[in-house]
Design a protein around this ligand. Structure first.
Ligand SMILES: NC(=O)c1ccc[n+]([C@@H]2O[C@H](COP(=O)([O-])OP(=O)(O)OC[C@H]3O[C@@H](n4cnc5c(N)ncnc54)[C@H](OP(=O)(O)O)[C@@H]3O)[C@@H](O)[C@H]2O)c1
Length: 276
């Protein structure tokens, strides 16, 4: 299969690039300078020249706090760009987020068809992108994930580990819960369960690593302990850590559609940190 991977320099995109470079598929992974997803004409010309059978879209505007003020940029990349992709009429694997929901812990795990509202502007633009897919006539698989970490870009684990090198006390939010997702695991899982398998029904899917639900503070405690950090982690509440964009209290997604599951996030963290 000929696959066009967009956003290959990002956290998830770089994981896909690694997985697909090692596969039997022919991969095109143009950098933004070569193919700007906001340039509809270039997108059309590029796909006419290379005729991919599948597009994997890992492009997004992901600065959640800045999205509150840079609204146009967020809308263009997360919603308008999906219109461009849909107009290509090529099957599409797209990624979205738990931020399209806004639920408390009493809801439990959030299933694929729960009511969406968008917890913040970023979430609302990602939801807009989902609606574009739903009203299109192309084959699409929209995979919602959350709490991504991995080697391909700045993320919660890398940020906390960096801070821990110079500080003996760290404050981390303890009243928002989720399940971390290792970008290389997600890319591998999607390759095996969506790209290599035929006739996976189109629609929305929820994918996270499995394992226990944790707060950000519990997650940080887990990997800081593995790194033998000698400092003190102080649990704080969301109200003690104000951010421009509201965050969901509940980021725990239920995968009710696929039989196979990703591995426990604790195994993935150990791999990421290079610990046996
Ligand atoms: N990160 C998370 O915790 C998280 C959680 C839930 C869902 N998601 C979703 O997962 C997907 C991947 O997220 P990520 O964190 O891997 O994103 P990311 O690291 O921010 O990467 C975004 C990618 O988009 C590219 N890009 C930006 N503007 C572009 C343009 N105009 N044309 C072409 N490429 C452009 C960037 O290229 P440059 O390198 O040139 O900027 C980069 O490769 C997104 O759909 C996101 O919403 C992420």
């Amino acid at each position: 299969m000929k696959i066009l991977l967009l956003g290959a320099s990002g956290l998830l995109g770089s994981a896909f690039k690694k997985v697909l470079t090692d596969s039997a598929h022919i991969l095109f992974s143009p950098a933004r300078a070569e193919l700007d997803i906001l340039d509809e004409t270039s997108l059309l010309e590029y796909t006419e020249e290379h005729s991919p059978d599948l597009v994997i879209n890992c492009v997004a505007y992901t600065n959640v706090d800045l999205a509150e003020t840079e609204r146009d940029k967020s809308y263009l990349l997360n919603a308008k760009a999906i219109e461009h992709l849909v107009s290509l009429q090529i099957p599409l694997i797209n990624f979205s987020t738990d931020y399209v929901f806004d639920y408390g812990l009493e809801t439990g795990e959030i299933s694929e068809n729960y009511k969406r509202t968008g917890v913040n502007y970023y979430g609302k633009t990602k939801l807009e992108g989902e609606r574009v897919l739903e009203t299109s006539e192309i084959n699409f698989w929209n995979i919602r994930t959350s709490w991504l970490f991995g080697p391909g870009g700045k993320n919660f684990v890398s940020t906390i580990l960096k801070s821990s090198e110079t500080r003996d006390e760290l404050k981390v939010v303890a009243d928002q819960y989720g399940r971390p997702t290792y970008a290389p695991d997600l890319a591998q899982f999607v390759a095996e369960n969506f790209i290599e398998k035929e006739e996976v029904p189109c629609g929305h899917y929820h994918l996270q690593n499995t394992g226990p639900r944790v707060s950000w503070a519990e997650f940080a405690e887990h990997f800081l302990k593995l790194k033998n950090w000698p400092g003190t982690l102080i649990q704080i509440s969301t109200s003690q850590y104000p951010t421009a964009a509201k965050r969901p209290q509940n980021s725990v997604l239920a995968n009710t559609k696929l039989e196979s599951e990703m591995r426990d996030w604790r195994e993935a963290v150990a791999d990421y940190l290079g610990i046996d």
